[in-house]
Design a binder for this molecule. Sequence first.
Ligand code: ADE
Length: 248
Amino acid sequence: MNYHVMTLFPDMIRQGMNTSIIGRAMEKGLLSLDCIDIRAFTKEKHGHVDDAPYGGGAGMVMQAQPVYDCYLHICSEIHAETKPRVIYLTPQGKTFDQKMSVEFAKEEHLIFLCGHYEGIDERVLNKIVTDEISIGDYVLTGGELAAMVLMDSISRNIPGVLHNDISAETESFSDGLLEYPQYTRPEVFEGERVPEVLLSGHHANIAKWRREQSILRTYERRPDLFHQVEFDKKDRKFIKEQLGLLLP
Ligand code: ADE
């Protein structure tokens, strides 16, 4: 996976992505990260990349030209034969989720466009952007943190990035359910014992208990997700007994 980030704050992205699992994946050559300063492409003699909005109003708008030239530079660097995927981070976009994360992870190159100020000239967005993505219903000061959220999540779906590949599959969302609770030593903490079944060594019982915990958690915390899951016969029996719900 090769990430290319178009931004006014390239150091913010470099510093944020350099640590931990993502940093190691870059060292191993599983990922690359290219942060490109949009300001380097301005033709304005004072280095401005923004101007007042036509029609008036507060704030400044990022101009089309430096963004477009930055994009063309990336396209020539990656020898793009087809239009590359360009993700514009904006609260107006589709809300990011695990399914999108898995889809994006299949691309060879991903270009992120981070906006600032009151937005970016619509004409360049229409020309280059393939996906408009939001990380939630709140407004950030720029797209950089959102781009990092996406890169962190997408990277976990790339083979070899996580130590154990199964952990990406068994954790929250992979089957539409939240993850079951986890425990480690000691057996008793502040008077509270680890659930007995986890000490039993009985793998089938442990798997059953974990599945049930996932179901209960999802029902309590994320009823919106719960109602989208396809449950099997055993699950439905448990749900009827525990929650008194009759699923179709
Ligand atoms: N830029 C500003 N706010 C944002 C959000 N919520 N998601 C993605 N990009 C943004």
